[in-house]
Design a protein around this ligand. Structure first.
Ligand SMILES: [Mg+2]
Length: 220
């Protein structure tokens, strides 16, 4: 059974910061197709603070570190993304409370806890064309695997997120700002789903996992 240490999770978060910061304009451009065009900037503003604070943040346990990151998200990530990120990190941290390393079952539980929190907080459900349409099948896929090969898990969940981009493209958004434009949100990708897929694909590149993206937004 593979375990992840606090340092492993810190490194993954640092890579995520770089991904979000590098894609600031692209994510905002995607959001502008059906929303108010602030998604990339909202995220990048907060993740710049996370990147800067990460070296000195509380690392007594994974839960404590994620709780601090949650607080940064709530304070510095703008728009509707702030409470969603904040809730996700907080709930993931609660599932890793007091731990300095996590096994695969705990990692899966952290994802499950995060998505339950996001559902409760945002009131969205599967099929509403939000990031839940990536997170829910990612969690389901993790539950079907034994975690003995974390690279295989990463490849599998990246594929799930990649496919979610095209599976939800034709849907009309029912939650968030994009829902206010109704039909204009059909045939545009959901920026949150693209965001998750882009983060996972960047993790693949960093950790040496071979993955060939399908959706245009990843294969650019
Ligand atoms: Mg927006």
């Amino acid at each position: 059974m593979s375990t992840l240490t606090l340092a492993d999770i810190e490194k993954a978060i640092d890579i995520t910061c770089d991904t979000v910061i590098r894609n600031e304009k692209y994510f905002s451009d995607l959001d502008g197709l059906a929303g108010d065009g602030d998604f990339g900037t909202s995220l990048a503003t907060g993740f710049k603070v996370i990147k800067a604070d990460l070296p000195t943040i509380d690392k007594s346990a994974i839960g404590a570190m994620l709780l601090k990151i949650s607080m940064i998200c709530s304070k510095h990530v703008g728009g509707s993304s702030g409470p969603i990120c904040g809730t996700g990190f907080m709930r993931a941290g609660m599932a890793a409370k007091g731990m300095t390393e996590v096994d695969y079952a705990t990692l899966t539980a952290m994802v499950g806890s995060a998505l339950e929190g996001i559902m409760a907080r945002g009131g969205a459900k599967r099929g509403d064309k939000t990031l839940l349409d990536a997170l829910i099948p990612i969690h389901e896929t993790m539950q079907t695997m034994d975690g003995s090969d974390l690279k295989a898990v990463l490849a599998a969940v990246t594929k799930v997120a990649d496919e979610a981009i095209d599976e939800t493209r034709s849907l009309v958004a029912h939650r968030g700002r994009a829902s206010q434009v109704g039909e204009r949100s059909s045939n545009t990708p959901d920026p949150g789903i693209v965001g998750i897929a882009t983060i996972l694909y960047d993790w693949c590149k960093h950790y040496g996992v071979d993955y060939t993206p399908k959706a245009a937004e990843l294969a650019r």
